[in-house]
Design a protein around this ligand. Structure first.
Ligand code: ADP
Ligand code: MG
Length: 401
C-alpha cells in the first residue's frame, strides 16, 4: 500500500485529510536471543516494513483509533486514558500516550485526534509489529504533546540519539503496562534507532549501542514465517524471566551478579554448580553462551567473516532449542531443513520463540532452492505453509510528512 492510498483511506475513514504521517519499522534480530532482559547484548536490524500512522487533530477531545489491519474501532476520551480490556489493539497506542504524559509532566494532550494505522509486518510473527506500532505512536505524540516545536526536539532531548532512545523506552513501558508483556527494550530500540544497511549491537542494560554495517555481498537475509498458531505467550515468557532470576539468585551466593550476562563462559564453568534448579541451569547456560556468541558474531561481521557469522547463528538456534526450550516443531523444522541446503550460511529462530520466524543467511544463487526445499519439508512435516521474505535493512522511525 502506498502512502497515497493510506491518505485516501484516512479521508474515507474520517472525511478529511490527514495532517501528518509517521512510519516505524519492525525488526529482525540476527543473533542474541533472550539475552536482552538478562543484561546482555542483542543484534537486531530494522526492516523496510513496519507501521504507518496518519493523524489529524479533532475538536471533540477524543482519540479515535482505526486500523486498516483490524476491524475493531475505538473511541477514548482524552481524560480517560487507561488500559482497555480484551486485548484491545488500541492498547499499544494508548499506553504510549499515557506514558509520555507520565514521563514528561510538561506534556499536554489538549486536543483529541483521529488516528489511522496501517502495518505490513505480519502480526504475531516475531517481527515486532507491536513495537512498530508503539514507536510510531510515541514518535507522533511526543511531537503533538509539546506546546510548540520551535526547539527542534521535544522535552529538551539533547540530540536525536537521545530522543530515539526515549521513544524506545516509552514503547517498552507501554508493552509492560498496557500489553502485560515484560519484554526487554530490543524491539522498540531497533524500531527507533534503526539505520539502513546496519544492525544495532545493543547492550540492553546500559543502552549503549553501535551501528555495525551489514555488508553481505552476494548473500541475503531471508526471513521465513512459520505461520504457526503457537507463540511465546506472556506466561511462557514471564516463566523464562523468572527462571533466569532464580539462576542469578543462586549464583549470587558464590559470586554476586546482577545479570547473567555478566558471566563469561569461563565464569559460568566456575559457578554453574551453585545453580541447583535444573531448569534455571539450562536457561542460564543458554544466556551465557548466547552473550558470548553474539559478541563473536559482531566481531566476525566486522572482519567480513560471514561464514563464521552464519555458524554462530546456527549454534544460537541449537541452544535455544536444547537449553532455552523455546523453539518447537515448526521453528526446528524450518531451521533444520535450512541447514541442509548448500549455500545457507546459517539459520535460526528469531524473536521470542515457539512460532514466529526464522532468519537465515542465504547465498543469492541458493535462494530459490532454499525456498523450494525448506517450503516442501515444512509442509510435509507440519502441514503448514511457510512464507519467505528477502529482508531489506531500513531506517528507524521517521515523520514522512
Ligand atoms: P508481534 O509484535 O510479534 O508482531 P504481538 O503479539 O506482540 O506480535 O503484537 C501483535 C499485536 O499488536 C496485534 O495483535 C495488535 O493488537 C497489535 N498491532 C500490531 N500492528 C497493528 C496494526 N497495524 N494495527 C492495529 N494493531 C496492531
Ligand atoms: Mg510484540
Amino acid at each position: 500500500m502506498t502512502t497515497q492510498e493510506m491518505n485516501q483511506a484516512f479521508e474515507q475513514a474520517y472525511g478529511r485529510k490527514a495532517e501528518k504521517i509517521f512510519f516505524a519499522p519492525g525488526r529482525v534480530n540476527l543473533i542474541g536471543e533472550h539475552t536482552d532482559y538478562n543484561g546482555g547484548c542483542v543484534f537486531p536490524c530494522a526492516l523496510s516494513f513496519g507501521a504507518w500512522l496518519l493523524l489529524a487533530p479533532n475538536t471533540d477531545k477524543v482519540l479515535r483509533f482505526q486500523s486498516l489491519n483490524m476491524p475493531q474501532r475505538y473511541e477514548i476520551a482524552i481524560d480517560a486514558i487507561r488500559p482497555q480490556p480484551d486485548r484491545a489493539w488500541c492498547n499499544y497506542a494508548l499506553g504510549c500516550i499515557d506514558i509520555i504524559a507520565r514521563r514528561h509532566p510538561e506534556a499536554k494532550l489538549e486536543r483529541g485526534y483521529d488516528l489511522l494505522y496501517f502495518g505490513n509486518v505480519p502480526a504475531g510473527a516475531g517481527l515486532s509489529s507491536s513495537a512498530a506500532m508503539e514507536v510510531v505512536t510515541a514518535r507522533a505524540f511526543t511531537e503533538e504533546m509539546v506546546e510548540s516545536l520551535d526547539t527542534q526536539l521535544p522535552f529538551g532531548y539533547k540530540d536525536d540519539k537521545q530522543y530515539r532512545t526515549e521513544l524506545a523506552l516509552i514503547g517498552q513501558a507501554c508493552e509492560h503496562e498496557y500489553a502485560g508483556v515484560m519484554c526487554g527494550v530490543m524491539d522498540q530500540f531497533a524500531s527507533a534507532q534503526g539505520k539502513k544497511d546496519h544492525a544495532i549491537y545493543l547492550n540492553c542494560d546500559t543502552l549503549e549501542f553501535e551501528h555495525v554495517p551489514v555488508k553481505l555481498e552476494g548473500i541475503k537475509v531471508v526471513i521465513t514465517n512459520t505461520h504457526s498458531p503457537h507463540h511465546l505467550d506472556s506466561g511462557a515468557y514471564n516463566d523464562r524471566v523468572r527462571q533466569c532470576k532464580t539462576a542469578v539468585e543462586q549464583i549470587s551466593k558464590v559470586k554476586p551478579i546482577k545479570f547473567l550476562a555478566e558471566l563469561t563462559p569461563e565464569d559460568w564453568a566456575a559457578v554453574e554448580g551453585a545453580v541447583t534448579d535444573p531448569i534455571a541451569k539450562k536457561r542460564a547456560c543458554h544466556v551465557v553462551g548466547e552473550v558470548a556468541r553474539t559478541a563473536q558474531a559482531v566481531e566476525a561481521l566486522k572482519q567480513g567473516k560471514i561464514e563464521l557469522f552464519g555458524e554462530l547463528m546456527t549454534a544460537s538456534h541449537v541452544s535455544l532449542r536444547d537449553n532455552y526450550e523455546v523453539t518447537g516443531k515448526e521453528l526446528d523444522t524450518l531451521a533444520e531443513s535450512a541447514w541442509q541446503v548448500e549455500g545457507v550460511l546459517g539459520s535460526r529462530m528469531t524473536g521470542g520463540g515457539f512460532g514466529g520466524c526464522t532468519v537465515s543467511l542465504v547465498r543469492d544463487e541458493a535462494i530459490e532452492t532454499f525456498k523450494a526445499f525448506v517450503g516442501k519439508e515444512y509442509e510435509e512435516k507440519t502441514g503448514l505453509k511457510a512464507d519467505f521474505y528477502v529482508a531489506e535493512i531500513g531506517d528507524g522511525v521517521t515523520r514522512l510528512h
